[in-house]
Design a protein around this ligand. Structure first.
Ligand code: NAP
Length: 251
């Protein structure tokens, strides 16, 4: 028996990077997968991933939906419920960074990061708790970051958005624990994806590597493994927690 046999999961921002690894990992364990992307340039990748997931013998559908837009999330969740019949697991993974020192940061850059990273988690959670409350069960997993715990020069908006996710996660766990809905966050360290391509370029990457006891950057699949744990009954007594998957990065 697979860990997520017959469950329905929705994963935001999953055409590439950590989200794609999560979608595949949950599907390998028997979950049907609805996933989103936002850029036209990711449409082909989303179609390839949808086909790859279907080959695992589960349902899959890619949706183009802006997680930062409340109305778009409402439409998305209604469409997923029509197509899949339930939502058991919600992984709020979509995120961006617009790094800049505060001195140079514009209000528009700040708003874009907060809307995409933090408001998106509110937008999606607000919608998925309806079917989860009816089913009296659910697991919500929010992608925070080690930067939301420790801060980082040049990443104040990103850090604030990811710290906000932690406060939101703990509050939702308190509000919905009695309904058997669990809500947890993951705080990845530095994971090799498009978002962190700069780590392979020169001194900045080396400086971070020196701070990681495991001596390497993480892989998207390693965050997918942590997500699988929180999505499944393996974590049935875990809620309101933040799991750092960061190679022991000194915080
Ligand atoms: P990535 O490779 O840049 O992928 C980001 C994904 O988010 C893409 O699929 C993108 O969609 C999607 N996305 C962005 N804005 C969106 C929106 N408004 N609506 C829907 N989807 C949107 O990033 P990643 O490294 O996989 O990061 C995934 C998550 O992990 C993010 O929340 C990030 O903050 C977090 N994280 C990453 C690291 C790391 O080291 N990589 C560390 C800690 C936390 P498109 O493909 O359509 O552009």
């Amino acid at each position: 028996m697979k860990l997520l046999e017959g469950k329905v999961a929705i994963v935001t921002g999953a055409a590439r990077g950590i989200g794609a690894a999560i979608a595949l990992k949950l599907a390998e364990q028997g979950a049907h997968i609805a996933f989103t992307y936002v850029s036209d340039s990711s449409a082909d990748k989303a179609a390839v991933l949808e086909a790859e997931i279907k080959k695992l013998g589960v349902n899959a559908k890619a949706y183009k939906a802006n997680a930062a837009d409340f109305g778009a999330c409402e439409i998305l969740v209604n469409d997923v419920l029509t197509n899949f019949g339930a939502i058991d697991i919600c992984v709020n993974n979509a995120g961006i960074s617009k790094d800049n020192l505060l001195l140079r940061m514009t209000a528009e850059q700040w708003d874009e990061v907060m809307d995409t990273n933090l408001k998106s988690v509110f937008n999606m959670t607000k919608q998925v708790i309806r079917p989860m409350m009816k089913a009296k069960s659910g697991s919500i997993i929010n992608m925070s970051s080690i930067i939301g715990i420790r801060g980082n020069a040049g990443q104040s908006s990103y850090a604030a958005s990811k710290a906000g996710i932690i406060g939101f996660t703990k509050s939702i766990a308190l509000e919905l624990g009695s309904r058997n809905i669990r809500c947890n966050a993951i705080a990845p360290g530095f994971i090799e994806t498009d978002m962190t391509h700069y780590l392979n370029e020169g001194e900045a990457g080396k400086a971070f590597l020196d701070k990681i006891p495991l001596g390497r950057f993480g892989k998207a699949e390693e965050i997918a493994n942590t997500t699988l744990y929180l999505a499944s009954e393996l974590s049935s007594y875990v809620t309101g927690q933040v799991i750092s998957a960061c190679g022991g990065l000194n915080i």
